[in-house]
Design a protein around this ligand. Structure first.
Ligand SMILES: Cc1cc2nc3c(=O)[nH]c(=O)nc-3n(C[C@H](O)[C@H](O)[C@H](O)COP(=O)(O)O)c2cc1C
Length: 204
């Protein structure tokens, strides 16, 4: 089945894979091939990080293990459960906010987990998969259930799988979301030069 495409409308050229990435609400409930999952995690592993601390860990629940999948699904907020239940794989990112080398706070630990999630997402897109990241996770419940140590905290959820046909969405509003526009701020609003609020001259 062809993947529904919701590619970015670019003002300037980018790598194809970046323009192709988007976050679907409608997933086709099929498993993700093990090699593809490993490849996405490998991409995450090779992200840059401050002092090469690699402050990320991933808890993974695949459709093929229905009990584990259902358990992780249960840690998502209800609105996310409604669509994430059809993903092939659910993941929880976990952050370590202290440097293991000296026990001092790592101010950019979350940033680095985000970079790893970004690598994961780009690799997934290149493999024909889709990723939908989630802030809506019951973090305290997940921390207790997975026995995550005090040194680490669950941080975000990731749904990985194959985008489905919005016309076949179980809930009409989810299909509509997948066909809605993808607004972005123009570069003139987010790229400044010289002082705050001054659009970079070379942009106009
Ligand atoms: C860290 C993060 C948390 C997110 N949390 C949620 C979430 O809990 N529920 C949801 O439906 N979408 C969530 N999203 C998806 C965003 O809404 C989506 O990325 C944004 O609207 C841009 O759409 P696009 O990814 O298709 O470009 C999250 C995305 C990120 C990066």
């Amino acid at each position: 089945m062809p993947q529904p495409a919701k590619h970015a409308e670019l003002d300037h050229p980018t790598l194809d894979v970046l323009a192709q990435r988007w976050s679907p609400y409608v997933f086709n409930p099929r498993p993700v091939e093990e090699e593809k999952l490993k490849s996405c995690l490998e991409a995450a592993r090779w992200a840059a990080s401050s002092y090469n601390e690699q402050p990320w860990t991933f808890l993974v629940a695949r459709r093929e293990e229905p009990e584990e999948f259902a358990e992780m699904l249960g840690f998502l907020v209800e609105a996310n459960q409604a669509w994430a239940k059809n993903a092939g794989v659910l993941l929880l990112t976990v952050v370590c906010r202290t440097f293991q080398r000296n026990n001092k706070p790592n101010r950019v630990a979350e940033h680095d987990v985000g970079l790893a999630a970004g690598n994961f997402t780009v690799q997934a897109t290149a493999l024909g998969l889709a990723v939908h990241q989630m802030a809506g996770v019951e973090l305290a419940k997940a921390k207790a259930a997975y026995q995550i140590p005090d040194t680490h905290d669950p941080y975000t959820g990731i749904a990985l799988g194959y985008a489905g046909d919005p016309a076949l969405a179980e809930e009409q509003k989810l299909g509509e979301r997948d066909q809605s526009p993808r607004p972005r701020k123009p570069l003139s609003e987010i790229v400044f030069q010289g002082r705050w609020g001054a659009t970079a001259k070379w942009l106009s």
